[in-house]
Design a protein around this ligand. Structure first.
Ligand code: ZN
Ligand code: ZN
Length: 833
């Protein structure tokens, strides 16, 4: 079930991105990757929660005694209902918005602008779209005075923005109607958004406008229901349900037969994705540069839990098999670069590939200087650049590691890195409505708009069918690509992690590569490279984690006898894999893994196996991986990775890519702000032409604007500004009447008023004299004011054809008035007559 809310702003607002913008602005507005202003789900959920709490503490509702915990009332403890393990009462806030003990089952999306769809991308906007900078001083909360040296500028969002956001039910079955009623009432009670609410900024109005696809009020009047059920009566929500105990699995169900199916997964990030790997760096949550398989596994398992009845033995067995027993293997998700209808998935550069240090990184030829060493014996070959060694000597032939993600495109390796973004979150103290000290969190997350690729290996077609059904996946075809929305990573209830996922069943068994294993390894008795493309956890029989390649464990991992295998050279690096078990609330077992890119050169020796057997064995290992936690994507191996072909033969054209025709549509925004932006742009161009200026110069430098360089045009500019919203025909009449006014000079006053027949006054500045009586003539003289007046009329004619919108025309008149005023001021400054 999905609730859609509409958020209209009634004044400017500021929701900061937590960083500066350029040198001018201290606090930039939070924006999406496409430049449009953003509101994160974390903020929206928090606002609804605050608003609901405020409702419950109003006298009319407080009489029901809803405030039984700190979350819903002015109590110090318990912090939340059920904190002390009792299951007696639960307050509506804890019920709807969740507690540490029972996570909330509503998921709040990030907001999108009206006229778009959830998760859509807009056409790129400049990063000042829909906002303007303002200066502010900080006021000390104690003295209520401006503090010294606390002048800063921030970017404020336009009051004409209209957002929408969703709350999606993530629990089992259907939500209680009273929960919806509370959310609807909390939304209607919401008045303020973001900072500076005491200064009248961020006034907003929020409404529940849709429940699933039903637009109220046709179905239920939720506010009325709120009054009936929560105000007139007391709503006593059910206590949190006990975790169902799973049925006992009397016997492990046997693993399904091995006829593997490879399902390619392509993911487009619609919202930033947050994948924290540890929080050891204080309160900073860091993102990762690769996404381990448990992220995909977790997202699909979460979907499955909602559709299966885990109380039933069959469903439970399926679930355990799919997600815990390795019937399906969920790979790491790799960043992919999109270009010309292709996706180029990235891989960690193999550790045995080195690049000549002398060669400039900008040299297009440099790939000829990359060399791989896994197949060269350590005693015989040093790790140096042999080209330089020949040309100079060994000391001048230093090499360096690549150490980053690479893509392979037409025989070229290219670096690729995740685009990350930082977002700051403060925790607001509900009592004071101020940020709490020391409660600032920074999230480093993956920027939306990027692609990730991975795969799911199912043991057979039946397993894929089971997974597809229980996680409600849609299989895409080449001709018809269909995305399902998924949520990946952390903070998915708070507006992070929404992605569009595509699933393709692959027909051949090449995987990502152009060639099958037997094509990559024509003679299985020859040495080959074994590259670990994901982190790999190996544990020996003593429970130790080896830290380098050794024949012992390699033979075992590959299912060979010791002595069947010769290790030529290994390049390995290890790291610790930490994890956190959310259910137990404890850190997971710490594993030590070989990092992706570790590689060994090996050779199968002895005559025990036929060529066929070796190929079969290696093929299976490429499907299944080696080591522990393979169902989470650890231990992925590749024999003779295409990158080695690219290094050996620069003209091989070796590549790793996926056909990709479906690009996310970029929505053209149609709203007032966008219309105004376009109008300003168009009108500026027209004015530039009219003023006969070179386009690269400033607007005021147009040659024809010199016709306004008379002090008499200053009142004309003011007239236009003051009457910018008048109809153009009226303005022309008023221009013609210019000079036809009576002067009024109150005795002893410096201020002068020019009063016209029409009912308004124009105030003149100090150093300006009123137009003398011969002004009328001035505007009729060819060498004085007449050309200027004609030019204004010409501009008006153009303005009338540019826009029909009265508001936009008014802006057009003001822009023209500014040009006239600038010209007149130049004349006044120079004292021209
Ligand atoms: Zn509570
Ligand atoms: Zn070199």
């Amino acid at each position: 079930m999905t609730l859609t809310f509409k958020l209209e702003l009634k004044s400017d607002y500021h929701v900061g991105a937590g960083h500066r913008k350029g040198t001018e602005i201290d606090s930039a507005l939070l924006r999406e990757h496409d430049g449009r202003p953003a509101l994160r789900g974390s903020l929206l959920g928090q606002m609804l929660r605050d608003s609901a709490r405020e409702l419950l503490t109003t006298p009319v509702m407080a009489k029901h005694g809803y405030g039984i915990c700190k979350a819903s009332g002015d109590r110090e403890e318990p912090e939340y209902c059920g904190q002390w393990q009792n299951n007696e009462g639960v307050c509506p806030i804890c019920r709807v918005f969740g507690t540490p003990r029972a996570p909330r089952r509503w998921q709040f999306s990030s907001a999108w602008l009206q006229g778009m769809q959830a998760g859509a991308t807009a056409e790129n906007h400049s990063n000042d779209w829909g906002a303007q900078p303002v200066m502010r001083v900080r006021v000390s909360p104690e003295t209520r005075r401006a503090e010294a040296n606390k002048l800063f500028s921030e970017e404020i969002g336009d009051s004409r923005l209209v957002f929408r956001f969703e709350a999606t039910w993530q629990g089992n079955g259907k939500p209680d109607e009273k929960e919806i009623a509370l959310l609807a009432a909390a939304a209607a009670n919401m008045r303020h958004l973001g900072k500076s609410r005491r200064r009248g900024r961020g006034v907003c109005r929020v409404q529940l406008i849709k429940v699933d696809n039903q637009e109220p009020p046709e179905n239920v009047d939720w506010l009325k229901l709120f009054k009936q059920e929560l105000v007139d009566k007391k709503w006593q929500p059910e206590p949190h349900e006990q975790n169902k105990s799973a049925p006992a699995l009397s016997a492990e169900s046997p693993a399904p037969a091995w006829q593997p199916v490879r399902v390619r997964v392509v993911v487009h990030l619609d919202e930033p994705v947050l994948v924290a790997h540890r929080s050891s760096a204080g309160n900073q949550f860091e993102g990762l540069d690769t996404l381990p398989g448990n992220i995909l596994l977790g997202a699909l398992a979460a979907r499955a839990v909602r559709h299966l009845d885990l109380g039933k033995t069959d469903d439970y067995q399926n679930f355990v098999g799919l997600f815990r027993r390795g019937w399906a293997r969920f790979s790491f998700l790799a960043l992919a670069h999109e270009k010309h209808d292709k996706l180029y998935p990235a891989f960690a550069s193999p550790l045995d590939i080195f690049r000549c240090k002398r060669q400039s990184p900008h040299d297009p030829q440099r790939k000829f200087y990359d060399r791989a060493f896994a197949l060269t014996e350590a005693e015989k070959e040093k790790i140096i650049c042999d080209l330089c060694a020949k040309q100079y000597d060994e000391e001048d032939a230093e090499v360096e590691k690549l150490e980053c993600l690479q893509t392979l495109r037409a025989g070229f390796m290219q670096e690729l890195a995740f685009e990350q973004r930082e977002e700051m979150h403060v925790q607001i103290n509900p009592a004071t409505q101020r940020a709490e000290d020391g409660k600032l969190f920074e999230y480093v997350c993956l920027q939306a708009g990027q692609y990730l690729c991975g795969e799911i290996i199912c043991r057979n077609q039946k397993v894929w069918e089971a997974l597809r059904q229980c996680a409600e996946l849609i299989e895409s075809m080449e001709s018809k690509q269909q995305a399902i929305p998924l949520r990946l990573g952390k903070a998915t209830r708070r507006g992070y992690g929404r992605v569009s996922a595509f699933f393709f069943v692959e027909k051949d068994d090449k995987g990502l590569y152009q060639n099958t294993l037997s094509q990559r390894l024509p003679d299985p008795k020859q040495p080959f490279t074994l590259l670990l493309t994901t982190d790999t956890i190996i544990r020996d029989k003593w429970g130790r984690f080896p830290t380098r390649f050794e024949e012992d464990w390699l033979a075992e991992a590959l299912g060979l006898e010791k002595g069947d295998l010769k290790l030529i050279r290994g390049f390995a690096k290890t790291r610790e894999i930490d994890g956190f078990h959310n259910y137990l609330g404890l850190p997971r077992w710490r594993d030590r893994a070989f990092v992706a890119g570790s590689v060994a050169g090996i050779q199968i020796v002895g005559g025990k196996y036929t060529n066929d057997e070796i190929v079969k064995k290696l093929e299976r290992l490429e499907w299944e991986g080696i080591g522990l936690r393979r169902h989470e994507g650890f231990g992925q191996i590749v024999v003779n990775h295409p990158v080695y072909e690219a290094i050996k033969n620069p003209h091989s054209g070796a590549r790793i890519d996926i056909e990709w025709k479906s690009k996310p549509q970029r929505v053209k925004l149609e709203n007032q702000i966008e219309n105004e932006r376009k109008f300003r742009q168009d009108w500026e161009g027209i004015l530039a032409q009219l003023g006969d200026k070179h386009l690269d110069k400033h607007l005021k430098e147009g040659q024809r604007w010199r016709q306004f360089e008379f002090k008499e045009f200053a009142p004309v500019a003011r007239l236009l500004r003051a009457r910018s919203d008048a109809a153009i025909s009226d303005l022309i009449k008023e221009l013609q009447a210019l000079g036809d006014f009576k002067l009024e000079q109150p005795e002893g006053e410096k201020e002068l008023y020019v009063e016209k027949k029409l009912n308004y006054r124009i105030k003149l500045g100090e150093n300006q004299t009123p137009a003398p009586r011969e002004t009328k003539k001035f505007f009729e003289k060819e060498d004085r004011g007449k050309p200027g007046i004609e030019l204004i009329k010409e501009a008006f004619a153009k303005l009338q054809t540019t826009s029909n919108d009265a508001k936009l025309r008014a802006i057009g008149v003001e822009m023209l008035a500014l040009i006239i005023a600038e010209a007149a001021n130049r004349a006044i400054k120079e004292g021209r007559k």
